[in-house]
Design a protein around this ligand. Structure first.
Ligand code: ATP
Ligand code: MG
Length: 420
């Protein structure tokens, strides 16, 4: 038999670890549901132009990280590297923005694919939960999304995350700033690749992680000193709303993020327990994206939080999630008749909402009790022929070892009250 391994840069989610991933997804989704975001699901692949236009031709995601393929029918597709372009495409295609109720608020959860150099916290297949509010320009909407992300992290018990905040300006002030930055960058001692970046995407140079580059950026012009009046006021309001909601942030004038479509509000959540893969989530306003992919003008804002890195951050902080018990009750039948009776009780208990499992495979008492203990159940239901003859089953507390007979007809009630 050959042994298969998961492809490089990927890993499988299997019990017991998978439970934490589900819990993180649910915890991120819960505040969104309470804030009027509806669930959206789009295909795992899209026409490649959606991302080359939407994410940006000059970004690392499009130039280096995208998985592209040609189908047998000749279509050029890409596995989705991010969610925003797809969700906006889906909203435009369904004309959600014409239904008259703007912003259109959507959330999503799923797998994303980037051909990256695999390392701790950086995978080729990873998982995000994201949210987009499409078609409204309002600082309260930017603030809402940031607050919902903070509330999600807090509800998980995460503490050591920081919010970095910046404004990238708009189509009035950004081009002026861009030109000033290009002038500055052209005077620096940079390698050829970086010099090319000056022409196509100069803001990304600010994001360069190398010490040699960062040192030279000391006197670089900053967007925040070039914001137009409208952008400055907008940003000030976002900051005030966050502060009023008890959300602290750090102004990071160099925060640009890896996608081309951001305007005005930009933010990133970082966690200090994750080494160099410190970003647990990020997002911002993307007022020009709809037009870039052929839609009408729809100012929008959104974020995506990384599920994998959030799980790693929780581990780094030693947070124990309050996960529901996989099995609360384990049923151990001794003999054929007991199998039928207890299997019936198992079904009844499950229908009553109690997580219940059963000793399958005709195990003997000793092995069945071992399985009961391994299952993590608090209670065992045990029954043999004599019990059945008396119309009872044995209810055993697996922590204390105490056992008592309860009438079979009252077993469900007895189990529920024993579980408290
Ligand atoms: P980074 O700077 O670490 O490459 P990014 O800016 O590319 O992150 P985004 O595109 O903003 O990330 O995606 C949002 C979140 O998704 C990130 O904050 C991170 O938590 C997660 N993420 C992005 N790429 C990966 C990856 N390759 N593996 C695991 N998680 C990822
Ligand atoms: Mg990246």
């Amino acid at each position: 038999m050959s042994t298969f391994k998961a492809p490089k840069g990927t890993y499988d989610l299997i019990p017991p670890d998978s439970a934490a991933y589900l819990a993180v997804r649910e915890a991120i989704a819960a505040p969104l549901r309470r804030a009027g975001y509806g669930y959206a699901e789009t295909p795992g692949f899209e026409n490649v132009e959606l991302f080359s236009r939407g994410v940006g031709e000059s970004t690392d995601i499009v130039t280096k990280e995208m998985y592209t393929l040609t189908t047998k029918g000749g279509d050029e597709l890409a596995l989705r590297p991010e969610g925003t372009a797809s969700v906006l495409r889906a909203a435009l295609e369904a004309n959600l923005h014409k239904a008259g109720n703007l912003p259109v608020k959507l959330w999503y959860s799923g797998s994303y694919y980037r051909y990256e150099r695999p390392q701790a916290g950086r995978y080729r297949h990873f998982s995000q939960v994201g949210a987009e509010a499409i078609g409204a320009e309002d600082p309260a909407l930017d603030a809402e999304l940031v607050i919902l992300a903070v509330d999600a992290y807090r509800s998980l018990g995460l503490r050591n995350f920081r919010l970095l905040l910046n404004s990238l300006g708009d189509k009035e002030c950004r081009p002026v700033y861009r030109a000033a930055l290009q002038d500055f960058l052209r005077g620096l001692d940079l390698d050829e690749d970086t010099r090319r970046r000056i022409d196509i995407n100069p803001l990304r140079v600010l994001d360069d992680k190398r010490e040699s580059v960062q040192k030279q950026l000391a006197g670089a012009p900053m967007m925040r000193d070039h914001l137009c009046e409208a952008c400055r006021t907008y940003h000030e309001q976002v900051r005030e709303l966050l502060t009023a909601a008890g959300v602290s942030f750090e102004d990071d004038p160099k925060l640009v993020r890896g996608l081309d479509y951001y305007t005005r509000t930009t933010f990133e959540f970082v966690h200090d327990g994750l080494g160099s893969q410190s970003a647990v989530g990020g997002g911002g306003r993307y007022d020009g994206l709809s037009e870039m992919i052929g839609g009408p003008s729809l100012p929008s804002v959104g974020w995506a939080l990384g599920v994998d890195r959030t799980v790693l951050a929780l581990r780094a902080e030693g947070v124990e999630l309050d996960l529901p018990a996989v099995t609360q009750v384990y049923a151990v039948p001794l003999g054929e008749e007991a199998r039928r009776t207890l299997f019936g009780l198992v079904t009844e208990l499950r229908r009553a909402g109690v997580a219940t499992d059963f000793a399958y495979g005709g195990k003997g008492l000793k092995n069945a009790m071992k399985s009961a203990n391994r299952s993590g159940a608090r209670l065992a239901l045990v029954a043999g022929e004599r019990d059945l003859a008396e119309g009872v089953v044995q209810l055993k507390d697996l922590d204390s070892g105490e056992q008592r007979a309860v009438p079979a007809a009252e077993a469900v009630t007895a189990v529920r009250s024993a579980l408290g």
